[in-house]
Design a protein around this ligand. Structure first.
Ligand code: FE2
Length: 224
């Protein structure tokens, strides 16, 4: 049975949850550590943005997800159906924010560690087969990312049912459920405004220089 993109995404954040498990208590989500320093992606993404994005924005999703799950659990314990339903949107929004950002940090890497470089392998072959080359993929993904109305995410995903790559956008913090996410690009203003103001195209041009294609290649291999 195929696992959904969310199940795979959840697996990526599972270690952080497991670390706070205490006997008889509910699993708490925690903010994952970055595998690089806040300034490691400069000049492409500033240290100020990285620190705020990770320690404030992502952390808020984690806190609010834990609070929403507690609200849900209390409602379930009281057999409060209306309370159970009322908790759903906060879980979707903050849970999506936690899952999406946990994926995002790992699909970035400093150029000195290979950021921006697409290695030879299954993913490169698939990109060339479907899009011609990496530049063509970037152009197509940029166009879809720039067309997002409001805040959201642009994804390069893998569809196990068709064995193809697809470019998908999701709104707000909706996670990618239809595909296995290989690369996610955060199109929320909090990810670029301090550096590029409203110039989303400039942000996209820079972020491609720190995309961790090795992570994407590993995600593709695991998806097959
Ligand atoms: Fe974000």
């Amino acid at each position: 049975m195929l696992r959904t993109g969310l199940a795979r995404s959840a697996a990526l954040v599972a270690p952080q949850r497991a670390s706070t498990l205490a006997a008889g208590s509910r699993l708490k989500h925690t903010l994952p550590k970055l595998p690089y320093e806040y300034n490691a992606l400069e000049p492409h993404i500033s240290a100020q943005i990285m620190e705020l994005h990770h320690s404030k924005h992502h952390n808020t999703y984690v806190t609010n997800l834990n609070n929403a799950e507690e609200t849900l659990n209390n409602a379930l314990a009281k057999n409060d159906v209306k309370g159970t339903i009322a908790s759903q949107s906060a879980i979707k929004f903050n849970g999506g924010g936690h899952v999406n950002h946990s994926l995002f940090w790992l699909n970035l890497a400093p150029p000195k560690d290979g950021g921006g470089e697409l290695p030879n392998g299954q993913l490169k072959a698939a990109i060339e087969k479907q899009y011609g080359d990496l530049e063509a993929l970037k152009k197509k993904m940029n166009a879809q990312a720039l067309a997002i109305q409001g805040s959201g995410w642009a994804w390069l995903g893998y569809d196990p049912s068709t064995s193809t790559l697809d470019i998908i956008t999701t709104k707000d913090q909706d996670p990618l459920l239809s595909h296995v996410p290989l690369i996610g690009i955060d199109m929320w203003e909090h990810g670029f405004y301090l550096q590029h103001l409203n110039n989303k195209a400039a942000y996209l041009e820079e972020i491609w220089k720190v995309i961790n294609w090795n992570t994407a290649e590993e995600r593709l291999k695991q998806a097959k």
